[in-house]
Design a protein around this ligand. Structure first.
Ligand code: F6P
Length: 540
């Protein structure tokens, strides 16, 4: 299999994407997928039908279909932690039992969904009141990583233009500037906090939640502050110990990974900000994508094919980066969300069996929304010396159309994909400069500066619009794609041991900066000097 893939990669390395499109009029139809009214076009990738066939055969040989089924069935696909990863159960639309350790988890999921709905409704209808009897008008969500990025991105995507019944803001960073800015415009008497932490041990979240409680207590001394706090955690006891009333702690479970958890009570801010019906529609959209990924043959399976194309670009064509460019203001947080989803899942050096990965792991991922990105780093994409694959995510219809702007936006996305593939040849530029008065060396230099090499791969995902249903489907598509890419690399996509080291090392440094204690003997000279310098600055 690898031999065929290597051969195709060699052959295609010499091909020009623009020529492939011209020479084969059937290419655009063949190298595209239709899911409902979505179109996923990968005909501008450096790929052909033979390569795709070999990729699908590879997916078959590593058991992708079996692993997808294992995910849905609640098998322990998170091998290093011995757990299932059952984010799909959180959005399952019927009550078919899904068992973890023999116990059906669906009743607990439904019960939590009822509590999310009730809590969100009480807040939105002004029935949840603070310690002084005022209705809650503002909710601050405190969490970080998977306990922040999903709900933050979705709330922003669905925000719209109408004033919400309850305003929701997000604080994640331990930098006090984040909390200070969030609290500055708020009235403590009508503000509540949703503290989200799967472990309820995360330093940043606990520091912010503690500071939030002090802020409330300062303005309402002696008041019972219970009504101002809701917790979301798999560590219900720790949330209780923090002082959150048992009735106000919504559970999550160790069979859901943090970065896959927005479908659980971690999505409470979404239900509060956008309404419980929008949250339910988000889940329904994700469930529709789940059905597709679980049942579609590999070659027509959007999650699988996108994963194969991503793996092909990285593993076989050697691209070390990948960009996701949503042509959508509403999706401006998508890349930040995907950075955690993809890089925390698949940025590893060893495989599921603990052996070093033979051929690396996922490339880096970054992006910004178009059209802004066109006026920022697209120069690098078109003429830079590190050609990098791009995914254009293009919701076609705007929620608030103004004149022709929605069409203008889509036109720009399609033009950028076209430009990356086709480029601009010296002959074209020479024709354009005819009559400019330039000649000789000046003309040659002007031509060289304007030529775009083209031949740069991209995929375009056209979807109808950003609404709860389609957004749910889009996120689920990326989740599945991430999982399948992990399978292709041989990675367990559900652990994240790499982030632990920094957390451990921060503790003695924090003690040194807060209490003045000595650093451990094994602290390096650079860190010692930096700590000393920071201490001096704090002492000023
Ligand atoms: O930093 C890693 C991480 O464990 C993420 O995976 C997780 O989403 C985040 O921290 C927050 O963790 P918690 O929800 O336990 O506070």
């Amino acid at each position: 299999m690898s031999e065929t893939l290597a051969l195709r990669a060699r052959a295609l390395s010499a091909a020009r994407i623009g020529d492939l499109l011209v020479r084969d009029p059937g290419r655009a139809a063949r190298l595209a997928l239709q899911w409902g009214d979505w179109r996923i076009d990968f005909s501008k990738e450096r790929i052909d039908a033979a390569a795709l066939e070999a990729l699908v055969a590879h997916a078959e040989s590593v058991g992708v279909a079996r692993w997808i089924e294992a995910l849905f069935a609640g098998e322990r696909v998170n091998l290093s932690e011995g757990r299932p990863a059952l984010h799909t159960a959180l959005r399952q639309q019927d009550d078919t039992p899904v068992r973890v350790g023999g116990e059906d988890v669906i009743p607990a999921v439904r019960d939590t969904q009822r509590r999310i709905r009730a809590l969100a409704a009480a807040l939105r209808e002004g029935r949840r009141r603070g310690a002084t009897g005022l209705p809650i008008t503002d909710v601050v969500s405190i969490g970080i990583g998977g306990s922040d990025l999903g709900p933050r991105m979705v709330c922003d995507a669905l925000a719209g233009t109408e004033a919400p019944p309850v305003r929701v803001s997000f604080v994640s960073n331990v930098d006090p500037e984040a909390l200070a800015r969030a609290l500055a415009p708020l009235d403590p008497a009508s503000t509540a906090f949703v503290v989200i932490s799967k472990t309820f041990t995360t330093q940043e979240t606990l520091a912010n939640a503690t500071a939030a409680r002090q802020w409330l207590a300062r303005s309402m001394p002696g008041a019972a502050l219970g009504a101002h706090f809701v917790g979301v955690s798999a560590n219900v006891a720790a949330a209780g110990a923090f002082g959150i009333e048992a009735d106000d702690v919504l559970p999550m479970w160790d069979w859901v990974g943090g970065r896959y958890s927005l479908w659980s009570a971690v999505g409470l801010p979404i239900a509060i900000r956008c309404g419980p019906d929008a949250f339910a529609a988000l889940l329904a959209g994700a469930a529709a994508m789940d059905r597709h990924v679980r049942t579609a043959p590999l070659a027509q399976n959007a999650g699988v094919v996108l994963a194969l194309v991503g793996w092909w670009n990285a593993r076989w064509l050697g691209h070390a980066q990948r960009l996701v460019i949503p042509y959508s203001h509403a999706l401006r947080e998508l890349a930040a969300y995907l950075q955690q989803l993809v890089l925390e899942s698949n940025g590893k050096t060893v495989g599921r069996d603990g052996a070093p990965l033979e051929a690396g792991s996922t490339p880096s991922l970054w992006g910004e929304p178009g059209t802004d990105a066109q006026h920022s780093f697209f120069q690098w994409l078109h003429q830079g010396t590190h050609p990098s694959p791009v995914e254009f995510v293009v919701p076609v219809r705007a929620r608030h159309p103004i004149g022709d702007q929605e069409r203008l936006l889509v036109a720009n996305a399609l033009a950028q994909a076209q430009a990356l593939a086709a480029g601009r040849t010296p002959e074209t530029v020479r024709r354009e400069l005819a009559g400019s008065g330039l000649e000789g060396g000046s003309l040659d230099a002007a031509i060289a500066a304007r030529v775009c090499p083209g031949n740069r791969p991209s995929t375009t995902i056209l979807l109808p619009q950003v609404d709860p249903y389609h957004l749910g489907a889009l996120i689920a598509l990326y989740e599945h794609r991430t999982y399948v890419e992990g399978l292709l690399y041989g990675i367990n996509s559900f652990d994240q041991w790499g982030v632990e080291l920094g957390k451990t090392l921060a503790k003695p440094i924090a003690r040194a900066l807060i209490e003045g204690t000595a650093l451990p003997d094994d602290a390096d000279a650079s860190t010692r000097a930096l700590v000393a310098h920071a201490q001096a600055l704090f002492a000023r």
